[in-house]
Design a protein around this ligand. Structure first.
Ligand SMILES: [Ca+2]
Length: 460
C-alpha cells in the first residue's frame, strides 16, 4: 500500500489491486484491511467483529410507522427495535429520491461527488451507473474479513458492469432497477429484473418475502463469521400490491390489474406490514443463533412518502426538499451497546452509516478516501453529541442547508428560512427576520456546491 498517496476526493485507481470473481470480469478491491485500535470504545479482533444488518425501506414516510405515530399501519417489529434501541427523530436520507440516497449510503459521501444526482432510470435503459472506482462500505468491510450480502433493490446502475457483485458484495439477489412488480419481478420498462449476481435467475415469490428469506438464509450461513447484510426492501414503493394481489406487469408487455383508490391504501398498509413481519423474522433469526449482542441492526427509509403514505406533521413528499421528502424513520438496535428505549434528536444522514459501520467493524479506510459522513457510534453507544456541522441537500432545482435548528430551503427563485425546533412543519418563513443568518447559509451553500461539483461528470 502506498502510504504516501496524495489525498484526493477520489481514491487513486493505482491504490487498487485486481481480484477475479467467479469467472466473471475482474473486479477491483482497494488494498486496506482492519484496525485493531479502539474505535468508539470497542476493541476489534477478528473473532469479535460485530455483525451489521442494514435494512432500508423504499419511500416509507415519517408517519408510516407505529413508533412514529401511525394509527393506520401496524409495525410491531420496527417498534420493538425502537423499544430495545434508539429511535431517531432527525434522521435524513441524502436525497428525496432513490438512487442518489443509495449512492450516498454506499459511499459515505455526498452523492454529488459520484455524479448520481438523479434517478437511474430503467425507462430507456440508459447506460449509467455509479462508477466502479467509488468505494462502497461493502468493499471496506469485505477487505476486513466480512461476508457481504445484498438482497433487494440496487438502483445505482442498470447494466451488469455496475452490478453489486462488482462493488464489494459477495452475494446479490434482487433487482437493479427502481421497482419491480412484486410478483412477476418485471420492471417499469417491461424487462424481467431479478438477478443472482451477474445472471438473471427467475424466482417465484412476493418480492418482500424473497428479500426476507434470502436475508435469513444469509445470516444462517454466515453465523460463524462476521457478516454485513444489506436489505434494501421494495416496500412500500409502487406498484401497490399485497401478497395475494395479481401481477400488474405481465410478460410480453401485457398489463394486469392495477390498484386504484382504496385498494392502494389497503395494499400500502399490507406492504409495510409484510416488510415489518420480515424484519421480525430477521431479528428472530439473529436471536435464535445467539448473535443478538454482537449484531448491530439499523433500519431506515430511503426518502419520504408519496401522497399515498404519511409524512406525519412534516410538509412535502418524496421528490421535494421539504422535510417530508427526506426526514424519515430510523432506528438503531444493539442490545448491550445501545441503551434501550432511547430517542435521539441528533441530526444524522444516510451517508453517516458508512463511517459508523467502519467504526463498528474496526475497518481501515483506503488511503486518500475522505468520507463526508460522520461516525455515529460515539453517539449511539456513549450518548455523545454528533459534532456540529452544516449539511446540504441538492435535487433538481431545490437546495437545502441545515445548521442546528436552521434550515435554508431554496426552490428555484423561492428562498425560505425556517427554525425547525419551533416550526417542524415549515410554515413560518424567517428570511425577513434573519437576514444575516440567511446570507451566511447561502454563502455556505455556494461554497459547498463549488466543492462537491469540482471535476465531477454527471452520470444520472
Ligand atoms: Ca425511494
Amino acid at each position: 500500500m502506498r502510504q504516501n498517496a496524495r489525498l484526493s476526493n477520489r481514491v487513486n485507481r493505482r491504490e487498487f489491486i485486481k481480484f477475479a470473481i467467479g469467472g466473471a470480469a475482474a473486479i477491483t478491491l482497494p488494498t486496506y484491511g482492519c484496525s485493531t485500535s479502539k474505535v468508539g470504545g470497542i476493541s476489534k479482533t477478528a473473532a469479535e467483529q460485530p455483525n451489521i444488518i442494514l435494512i432500508m425501506a423504499d419511500d416509507l414516510g415519517y408517519g408510516d410507522v407505529g413508533c412514529y405515530g401511525s394509527k393506520k399501519i401496524q409495525t410491531p417489529n420496527i417498534d420493538a427495535l425502537a423499544k430495545g434501541g434508539m429511535k431517531f427523530t432527525d434522521y435524513h436520507s441524502n436525497c428525496p429520491v432513490c438512487s442518489p440516497t443509495r449512492a450516498a449510503l454506499l459511499t459515505g459521501r455526498y452523492q454529488q461527488r459520484c455524479g448520481i444526482e438523479g434517478v437511474v432510470t430503467a425507462a430507456k435503459h440508459r447506460h449509467t451507473g455509479m462508477a466502479l472506482e467509488e468505494v462502497t462500505f461493502a468493499e471496506v468491510l469485505k477487505r476486513c474479513g466480512y461476508a457481504t450480502g445484498i438482497f433487494g433493490k440496487w438502483h445505482v446502475g442498470y447494466n451488469v458492469e455496475f452490478n453489486p457483485a462488482r462493488q464489494g458484495f459477495d452475494e446479490f439477489i434482487g433487482y437493479v432497477s427502481g421497482n419491480v412488480d412484486y410478483h412477476s419481478h418485471i420492471d417499469q420498462a417491461g424487462f424481467e429484473d431479478w438477478w443472482k449476481n451477474f445472471q438473471k435467475v427467475p424466482e417465484e415469490g412476493y418480492c418482500t418475502d424473497l428479500i426476507t428469506r434470502h436475508g435469513v438464509d444469509f445470516i444462517e450461513r454466515h453465523k460463524d463469521e462476521p457478516f454485513c447484510l444489506y436489505l434494501p426492501h421494495e416496500a412500500p414503493h409502487y406498484p401497490y400490491q399485497g401478497r395475494n394481489d395479481p401481477p400488474e406487469r405481465l410478460p410480453g408487455g401485457r398489463k394486469g390489474k392495477k390498484a386504484k383508490g382504496k385498494e392502494i391504501a389497503r395494499a400500502y398498509k399490507e406492504m409495510v406490514e409484510v416488510m415489518d413481519e420480515g424484519i421480525g423474522r430477521i431479528v428472530e433469526t439473529v436471536k435464535r443463533l445467539g448473535l443478538e449482542r454482537k449484531t448491530f441492526i439499523f433500519f431506515c427509509s430511503d426518502n419520504g412518502a408519496t401522497k399515498n403514505g404519511s409524512n406525519g406533521v412534516l410538509s412535502g413528499y418524496k421528490g421535494s426538499l421539504w422535510e417530508g421528502g427526506h426526514r424519515v424513520p430510523a432506528v438503531a438496535y444493539w442490545p448491550g451497546r445501545i441503551k434501550p428505549d432511547t430517542t435521539t434528536r441528533q441530526t444524522a444522514l444516510g451517508m453517516d452509516l458508512f463511517a459508523t459501520m467502519v467504526s463498528i467493524a474496526g475497518a481501515k479506510l483506503p488511503v486518500g478516501l475522505q468520507l463526508d459522513g460522520l461516525d455515529l457510534l460515539p453517539m449511539l453507544v456513549e450518548g455523545r453529541k454528533v459534532p456540529k456541522r452544516t449539511l446540504f441537500w441538492r435535487y433538481r432545482k431545490e437546495r437545502a442547508v441545515r445548521k442546528g435548528p436552521w434550515k435554508l430551503l431554496v426552490q428555484g427563485k423561492d428562498i425560505r428560512l425556517y427554525n425547525l425546533d419551533e416550526d417542524l412543519g415549515e410554515k413560518k418563513n424567517l428570511t425577513q427576520a434573519e437576514p444575516q443568518r440567511l446570507k451566511a447559509l447561502e454563502d455556505e451553500l455556494a461554497t459547498w456546491e463549488q466543492e462537491v461539483s469540482a471535476g465531477v461528470k454527471l452520470r444520472a
